[in-house]
Design a protein around this ligand. Structure first.
Ligand code: ATP
Length: 223
């Protein structure tokens, strides 16, 4: 039996309702057995996160513990990028995952359209489709049609409309998630927290409470 596993990469700085909705939709649409959120310790493509890795990981775990379980499959947090020194390159993480699970295990990497559109800037990005399927969530402001030339070329003929094909091969497919657009963003949540809003609408209450308790994402004094 196939055990399609999904890894949902991101900074999760902090985890918000949009992330949880994307994860649920990814599990339901692909029929995957499991999804692990994969927080980046040191994301190479962006400014340093507003909270340390251990705090972002703890907020993810709190959020999942407070949520009703997904309707399909299960979910958890994979903290492996926290154990590596230096930037968290996805290609290294996926190779590490393959060392543990073998070359034949079906794997899907979940990401939003904005991140997917930047894929050609990732380290060894052309090696990635040999390591994983891509499961992409549409996002406001990041149209996927038409794909920019390097991606259109790299993903030509890879588009998968039926999830059975994700289970039948270890890697190589591109599957677009069909979920209503989610407006939440971590930038927006951090801005609200910085303005003194203790419970931004983008955040699950348990996450907002933990942020307040731990004093995270406060505007720096004088800033
Ligand atoms: P920031 O605002 O700081 O850029 P973010 O909200 O995009 O943060 P990330 O941790 O960077 O949060 O997101 C992890 C992954 O989830 C990325 O691939 C991102 O594209 C995707 N994602 C985040 N929010 C949404 C959303 N509202 N809809 C679809 N995808 C999303």
């Amino acid at each position: 039996m196939s055990r399609l596993v999904l890894l949902y990469g991101g900074t999760f700085d902090p985890v918000h309702r949009g992330h949880l909705a994307v994860a649920r939709a990814a599990l339901a649409a692909t029929g995957a057995a499991w999804l692990d959120f994969l927080p980046a310790a040191d994301p190479p493509h962006r400014a340093p996160p507003g909270a340390p890795f251990a705090e972002r990981l703890a907020l993810l775990e709190l959020a999942l513990a407070a949520e009703p379980p997904p309707e399909h499959g299960g979910w958890g947090v994979d903290g492996r990028e926290g154990g590596r020194a230096g930037p968290s390159f996805t290609v290294d993480t996926l190779r590490d995952w393959r060392r543990g699970h073998g070359a034949e295990a079906p794997l899907g990497f979940v990401l939003g359209a904005d991140a997917f559109l930047g894929l050609a800037g990732w380290r060894e990005w052309q090696a990635l489709p040999d390591l994983t399927h891509f499961i992409v969530a549409r996002r406001p402001g990041s149209p996927l049609e038409p794909l920019p030339p390097p991606l259109a070329e790299a993903f030509a003929g890879r588009r998968v409309d039926h999830p059975a094909r994700l289970h039948a091969a270890p890697a190589g497919g591109l599957f677009l998630l069909d979920l209503p657009l989610r407006p939440e963003s971590a930038t927006r949540a951090r801005a609200a927290l910085g303005e003194g809003d203790a419970a931004p609408a983008d955040l699950p209450p348990v996450v907002a409470e933990a942020i307040a308790r731990r004093g995270l994402y406060r505007r720096p004094a004088g800033g």
